[in-house]
Every structure is written in C-alpha cells, then in structure tokens.
Design a protein around this ligand. Structure first.
Ligand SMILES: CC(C)(COP(=O)(O)OP(=O)(O)OC[C@H]1O[C@@H](n2cnc3c(N)ncnc32)[C@H](O)[C@@H]1OP(=O)(O)O)[C@@H](O)C(=O)NCCC(=O)NCCS
Length: 180
C-alpha cells in the first residue's frame, strides 16, 4: 500500500467493483468528461478493464483510493501508457462526488508521483485534462506540473468539442512534499 498524508492507494478488491461502477462509471457526464470515449453502460459483474485489474497488462497500474483514516473507498487512480524505454507515464484519477474538494485529489497526485519517480524510476509524468477542470489542473500544479500545451477541440464531450490541457512534470523538477 502507498500512503500519502490523507489518502492511501491500495490494490483493487472485488468488493470495490460495484461501488466504482455506481459512484463513477454510472455518472454519464463524469465518465464522458474523464474517459476520452463514448460512454456505454456496464453490467454488474462486468470485466471491463476500467474496473477489473489485469495483472498481466504491464503498461497500466491501477489502484483503489481509500481515506488514510478509516480506509473508506473514495475513488480510483493509476498510471497508464507506462513506457519503460522513454521512462514516462500518464496519470489518471477519479474521486467519488462526496470526496471531491477536500484536498484528496492533490494528495493522490503526490502519491502517484512518488510511485512513478521513486518506485518505477520514471523521469516524466503527464496529465491530460479538460481545460475547464480547475480541480484537476490545480491538483497537478500544486504538485509541480506545468502546462505544456492545449489540444484545441480535441475532446467530444456531451455535445460539444472541448480543449484539453497537457501538463508535465520531470523528475528533476519534482519537489516531494512541496505544494506550491
Ligand atoms: C479532479 C479531482 C481528482 C480533483 O480532486 P479534488 O480532491 O476534488 O481536488 P482538491 O480538493 O485536492 O483541490 C485541488 C485544487 O482545486 C480546487 N478545487 C477543487 N474543487 C474545485 C471546483 N469544483 N472548482 C474550482 N476549483 C476547485 C481547490 O480549491 C484546490 O485549489 P488550490 O490548490 O488552489 O487550493 C476530483 O475533483 C475528481 O475526481 N473529479 C471528477 C473526475 C475527474 O475530473 N477526474 C480527472 C480527469 S482528467
């Protein structure tokens, strides 16, 4: 288990699946904004890779996010597109509505940076998010990510094209614990 100051990132448990389905995937707007593709319903018991972890898939690592105090499940987070040649990966995360806006997202990004840079010896982490996702942009920037560019009209989200912002952080610029 990986611990931050407010959250812990642990392995996915079977019991997490129906909660993740209800709290995150079944919210069509949230899913459409987060997943970069068309929303489709998932049945209970689905083996969809967004829910069920495939331990043989080397390019992704998925965690369940829990509160450090008490261990309550509050979301999902992970690295995707892990590239061991260029030593880089992308960050993805989603918290349940009741867990948002409490500082947890900022802490999750910090823990994922520790995992990527220290545990996995990566040298670059990247986050893509919609340009109006202030909470994601700030969670990244508080951990030292800088805005590297805007992908104009790159995402079709609920009836409109939206811009995405690309943020990056290099290990040489990473200051663990700094929240600037
Ligand atoms: C994006 C997300 C992970 C951020 O986590 P969070 O716990 O809500 O964010 P935090 O509480 O750590 O807040 C981070 C910053 O954003 C600000 N913020 C939080 N919610 C906000 C909101 N709704 N509007 C504007 N700013 C907001 C906070 O004030 C804080 O700013 P500061 O660092 O300047 O003080 C979370 O909101 C979430 O899961 N959203 C839905 C899914 C999603 O968008 N995932 C990302 C897809 S790329």
């Amino acid at each position: 288990m990986l611990k931050g100051t407010r959250v812990a990132l642990r392995a996915r448990h079977e019991d997490d699946l129906p909660i993740l389905l209800t709290e995150l995937h079944d919210d069509v707007v949230n899913s459409s904004r987060s997943e970069g593709g068309p929303w489709r319903p998932l049945s209970p018991g689905s083996k969809d890779p967004r829910l069920v972890v495939d331990d043989q898939e080397r390019s992704r690592v998925q965690f369940s996010v829990v509160e450090l105090a008490g261990g309550t499940l509050i979301g999902t987070a992970g690295l995707w597109g892990i590239d061991d040649h260029n030593r880089c990966a992308h960050i993805g995360l989603g918290l349940f509505p009741s867990a948002r806006g409490k500082g947890y997202g900022t802490d999750v990004v910090a823990v994922l940076c520790h995992y990527g840079f220290v545990v996995r010896n990566l040298q670059r982490m990247q986050i893509e998010t919609l340009s109006d996702n202030t909470a994601m942009l700030r969670s990244a920037e508080r951990n030292g990510f800088v805005r590297e560019g805007v992908l104009r009209s790159s995402s079709w989200v609920m009836g409109a094209f939206m811009d995405e912002v690309v943020l990056g952080l290099l290990v040489r610029d990473w200051r663990p614990g700094a929240k600037g």
